[in-house]
Design a protein around this ligand. Structure first.
Ligand code: SAM
Ligand code: SF4
Length: 334
């Protein structure tokens, strides 16, 4: 009953990413359309149901839980959920509880998050230019996010900045972003823009900035020391010899990282996606609601893991997007 989750390619599933809401207080251009229609609130799993699901996964060997969205910190009552999850840190069953956030609510919640045992967080920030920030996020204010990041640091949280690499948008800020992160003590990870959500007529190809190119540009100023990867994820890391900081590259498109994939993703309606880049999913809400006993739910999770595919099919290489997903990142959780 409690045997760990192993997929058909002998990968142990130890990492669960949970999108707790599809809503957000920003409308980033690569993530959402301006007039998003969100799910009816009744479709969402309650916080108690999310707790039961996460607790079941932890019982099956999940050791790392990342809370994401939409914007996780805009979900009403979310701190109750974080507090509840911290009990699994106390028992040692969970090794890490963390979140990915746009930072807008961090000034309000950073201290509470730290009190729940959260040690490291990811904050998405693509630019340090207030106008550009407003253009990318449509609804966001840079000053609010920078205040949030300061509050997080003051609360003792280690902040990693995630920046989507966008040609013609933030390519001129490569060095200023890296220098700001070095000064503030943040690690920095660049993400290739992925073909998800509303693609528009340009298929996002004109914004696509290969991280091989980005890395080459970094190497003109810094000495890049390759670091061994141990996250089981799509990121590869280097250390800049001159500043000592860690820079990550998430390259789902130019490099295939699927062999070591250790994660699955749960949406706020209880769909389990076994791969970010495939449509196949399993509904966990029905077995969750069918019985207060966890046996049916556990079986549904096991069946889903047995269907985890070998990898995704994203490919930008032929000047058109193959393997494109109509799903939004805010649905599956980034
Ligand atoms: N709202 C939170 C945030 O922005 O950090 C969490 C959810 S957001 C969907 C998670 C991550 O996905 C963010 O770092 C965001 O930049 C990234 N993202 C969204 N759409 C993307 C896309 N089309 N390609 C690459 N990254 C994307
Ligand atoms: Fe919101 Fe994050 Fe998507 Fe931006 S990337 S719209 S902050 S969910």
């Amino acid at each position: 009953m409690n045997a760990p989750l192993i997929d058909p390619f002998a990968r142990a599933i130890t990492y669960l990413r949970v999108s707790v809401t599809d809503r957000c207080d920003f409308r980033c251009v690569y993530c959402m359309s301006e007039n998003m229609t969100f799910l009816p609130k009744a479709d969402l799993l309650t916080l108690e149901e999310l707790d039961r699901l996460c607790t079941t996964f932890i019982g099956l060997g999940v050791q790392k839980l990342r809370i994401t969205g939409g914007e996780p910190l805009v979900r009403r009552g979310i701190m109750t959920f974080f507090k509840a999850m911290s009990r699994h840190l106390d028992t040692g069953a969970l090794k890490e509880l963390t979140l990915t956030t746009n930072g807008s609510q961090l000034a309000k919640y950073a201290a509470e998050l730290a009190a729940c045992g959260i040690r490291r967080i990811n904050v998405s920030l693509d630019t340090l230019d207030p106008e550009k920030f407003a253009r990318i996020t449509r609804w966001g204010r840079l000053a609010q996010v920078l205040d949030g990041i300061r509050a997080a640091t003051a609360a003792g949280l280690k902040v990693k900045i995630n920046a989507v690499a966008l040609k013609g948008v933030n390519d001129d800020e490569l060095f200023s972003l890296a220098e700001w992160c070095a000064t503030e003590g943040h690690d920095l990870t660049f993400i290739e823009v992925m073909p998800m959500g509303d693609m528009g007529p340009d298929d996002r190809l004109d914004q696509y900035w290969s991280l091989d190119d980005l890395r080459g540009q970094l190497a003109t100023r810094y000495t890049l020391i390759d670091l061994p990867d141990n996250t089981g994820g799509p990121a590869r890391y280097v250390r800049l010899a001159e500043t000592g900081q860690r820079i990550g590259f998430i390259t789902p498109l130019t490099h295939n990282f699927c062999e070591s994939c250790n994660r699955v993703r749960l949406t706020c309606t209880g769909e389990l996606f076994m791969c970010l880049g495939q449509e196949d999913m399993a509904d966990l809400r029905a077995p969750l609601r069918a019985s207060p006993d966890d046996a049916q739910l556990t079986q549904a999770i096991r069946n889903a893991i047995l269907k985890k595919p070998k990898g995704h099919d994203f490919d930008y290489s032929r000047q058109h997007v193959v393997g494109q997903m109509t799903r939004h990142m805010s649905h599956t959780g980034g």
